[in-house]
Design a protein around this ligand. Structure first.
Ligand SMILES: Cc1cc2nc3c(=O)[nH]c(=O)nc-3n(C[C@H](O)[C@H](O)[C@H](O)COP(=O)(O)OP(=O)(O)OC[C@H]3O[C@@H](n4cnc5c(N)ncnc54)[C@H](O)[C@@H]3O)c2cc1C
Length: 382
């Protein structure tokens, strides 16, 4: 039987980032993925690096998201150096645009919210927004500039990450489905993957939206109650050299420029089970909102559509930390922010697994919160 310090279930951006970081501690790590690694949510993402909350439910995530944004330049540079590949990382800032008759009031309220969270933002005029993006149209009435935000190209990032992890001697196995855990009393001792027992001191469940059902272990499903939340996406190639200089988003959609001139637009938030179908309504919604922001894109060529499954959780927050079974850890539920949060998640797990000081306040993301809720619900008289 092969023996490792750490076995990671899932080779998306979260599993691969953790493996890359742990390998820097000279830990012998293996990443197991049931298909080609990196082909699920991590492949589908837009790649925005934005700690700005999308809804009040995101507020508890902001400090961790902000830390991850701060770690990103160093994180991306380490991956690029170890892999000799680009991640597409750019720190160009982002714009939020507002359309309504109350646009200035909405913008000012958002500005106050962001500043209270420690997120840098400045109010700018619609004209300035047009100048800074090269693309926003006349319907935009006011805007915010978030100078510290950036973006990566997720398909480049995951490819570079897997190469970088291998360069640090991480073993990465695709087509290798984990079906169960092995245990000795109250200790997890490894996994069974493709009918082979793999022994590991630590096992980390990082199977994205599949985490709740990845292995046959009811206690684990209770602590990692993930579900798929579908997001449809599309890519445009603008005509005649029209470009977009940085990320632009409104309440209804976002546009992310790629270095080769394509513009990626998203997205939908759909409860559609594990079905990665593209729908006419989904694409129409994204295109409508895109053209509201940038009417000049009306003549752009629609070159690709795709969909991915975000790892959602009951409270929209990630699930990070130890479980009731010694040696078993969970790193999942990154929902709409896994690309951004990969840097901080990897550093957190390096600290947790190597037994060093933990520099993040992550108690509110503990897997125990769901197990505790289940116990409370069972104890509530009906
Ligand atoms: C449309 C869309 C847009 C997004 N945009 C952004 C964005 O702009 N910025 C941002 O920060 N985030 C964004 N996200 C969110 C981000 O993509 C996810 O949070 C992140 O990719 C989750 O990574 P993961 O590694 O947890 O999951 P995944 O990438 O889904 O990887 C999980 C892996 O586990 C494997 N697996 C499952 N079960 C098993 C098993 N039993 N055994 C072995 N392997 C298994 C799967 O094959 C898969 O490769 C977006 C997501 C979508 C869908």
């Amino acid at each position: 039987m092969r023996t490792y310090d750490v076995a990671i279930i899932g080779g998306g951006v979260i599993g691969a980032s953790i493996a890359f970081e742990l390998a820097a501690e000279n830990l012998r790590a293996i990443v197991l993925d049931r298909q080609e690694p990196g082909r699920e949510a991590s492949w589908a993402a837009a790649g925005m690096l934005s700690p700005a909350p999308d809804s009040p439910r995101d507020l508890p995530l902001a400090p961790f998201a902000l830390k991850s944004l701060q770690l990103y330049p160093q994180f991306a540079a380490a991956i690029e150096e170890a892999s000799s590949k680009s991640t597409g990382y750019a720190r160009d800032g982002a714009l939020e645009v507002f359309f309504s008759a109350e646009a200035d009031r909405e913008r000012d309220a958002r500005l106050r919210e962001l500043r209270q969270l420690g997120i840098a933002a400045e109010a700018i005029s619609a004209d300035a927004a047009r100048e800074m993006t090269g693309a926003t149209g006349p319907a935009v009435r006011s805007a915010l500039f978030l100078p510290d935000e950036g973006s990566v190209e997720p398909r480049l990032l995951i490819d570079a990450l897997l190469t970088a992890a291998r360069s640090r001697s991480v073993e990465i196995r695709g087509g290798c489905e984990v079906s169960s855990l092995t245990r000795d009393g109250d200790r997890c001792t490894g996994v069974v993957a493709a009918n082979e027992k793999i022994a590991a001191e630590h096992v980390i469940l990082a199977a994205g939206c599949f985490s709740s059902q990845a292995v046959n272990e009811p206690s684990l499903s209770a602590q990692a109650p993930t579900r798929p939340v579908r997001g449809q996406m599309l890519a445009l190639r603008p005509k005649g050299g029209m470009g977009l200089q940085r990320v632009v988003r409104s309440e209804h959609a976002y546009l992310v420029p790629r270095k080769d001139g394509r513009i990626v637009a998203g997205s939908t938030l759909e409860e559609a089970g594990f079905e990665k179908q593209i729908t006419a309504a989904g694409i129409a919604k994204i295109l409508d909102a895109t053209l509201d922001m940038c009417p000049e894109l009306a003549g752009a060529q629609l070159i690709e559509t795709w969909a991915g499954l975000r790892p959602g959780t009951p409270d929209d927050l990630p699930i990070l930390g130890s479980t009731g079974l010694r040696g078993l850890w969970i790193a999942t539920g990154h929902y709409r922010n896994g690309i951004l949060l990969s840097a901080a998640t990897a550093k957190l797990f390096r600290e947790l697994i190597s037994g060093g000081n933990v520099s993040f306040g992550v108690r509110q993301f503990s897997p125990a919160r769901f197990a505790d809720r289940q116990v409370r619900a069972a104890q509530t008289p009906v």
